[in-house]
Design a protein around this ligand. Structure first.
Ligand code: 1GP
Length: 251
């Protein structure tokens, strides 16, 4: 199995280089919008596109991924809200298990049902311990997952959850306050978790300004994901990418 994308993540982590990922929700874009986003992302040296959402209502997933692949060399990583969101045209797939919740379907059930289909896709599969952290208000992911988010001030629970995920063999940990979260994940939680795991740590949900992205990286995030704020102002791509890439050494 190919490990190209995962190796890029671990190589950057070893060099203390931070990555910036733009999250694209296929329901909210079209070819014209994608063309603009791609131009800005290429100019800003964005590291990855994440494509997916808790709900995907339109049929634009395959087209969206193909459009990105035709237009630039930025790798496309699927961030699926359900097993139907698999596109063979992407480079890799975050194989998410919701380890912060106790919903057996999202821990393992849906994986069992879709395993042959996912394998046949030929995608690089990156097992990911997905942790939904309380972001101050119900988000689509917290509702859809039917699982209680991890309390925002319980750093020790987050730490133990991430450690358990890593020891179970997960290759990435993704802590997410949910799209459009009122309160993004705190630096103290990121610090606590990042010190106890050695796999790359992805952080997203409610990050709306470059300063927050910078502080998250300083605290130990390896990849920053921004979706909502860029949907509102795509010029943020450049500022966010600059902020993330300016962090090279962890404090
Ligand atoms: C959501 O982590 C992502 O799953 C990104 O969140 O849309 O709030 O940037 P935003």
């Amino acid at each position: 199995m190919l490990n190209r994308i995962y190796n890029s993540l671990t190589d950057k982590k070893q060099l203390a280089k931070k990555s910036f990922a733009v999250l694209v929700d296929p329901d909210k874009v079209n070819d014209q919008k994608m063309a603009q986003l791609i131009d800005l992302a290429v100019a800003a040296r964005v590291d990855y596109f994440l494509v997916g959402g808790s709900l995907v209502i339109s049929n634009y997933l395959d087209e969206c991924v193909q459009f990105i692949k035709r237009s630039c060399n930025i790798p496309v990583i699927l961030f699926p809200g359900s097993p139907t969101q698999v596109s063979k045209y992407a480079d890799a797939l975050l194989y998410l298990s919701l380890i912060s919740g106790r919903n057996a379907e999202l821990l393992i059930g849906q994986h069992v049902v879709s395993a042959p289909y996912v394998k046949q896709s030929g995608l690089e599969i990156m097992s990911t311990g997905y942790m939904v952290i309380d972001g101050g208000a119900p988000t689509t992911v917290s509702y859809i997952s039917n699982a209680t988010p991890l309390p925002a001030d319980k750093n020790e629970i987050a730490m133990c959850t991430a450690m358990a995920g890593e020891m179970l063999g997960m290759k990435l940990i993704y802590m997410d306050a949910g799209s459009g979260a009122k309160r993004p994940i705190t630096e103290s939680m990121i610090d606590k978790v990042s010190q106890c795991i050695s796999v790359p740590l992805i952080i997203g949900g409610g990050i709306t300004d470059p300063e927050k992205a910078y502080l998250n990286c300083k605290a130990g995030a390896d990849v920053i994901v921004v979706g909502n704020a860029i949907e509102k102002d795509e010029n943020l791509i450049r500022e966010m990418a600059e902020a993330v890439h300016s962090v090279t050494v962890r404090v």
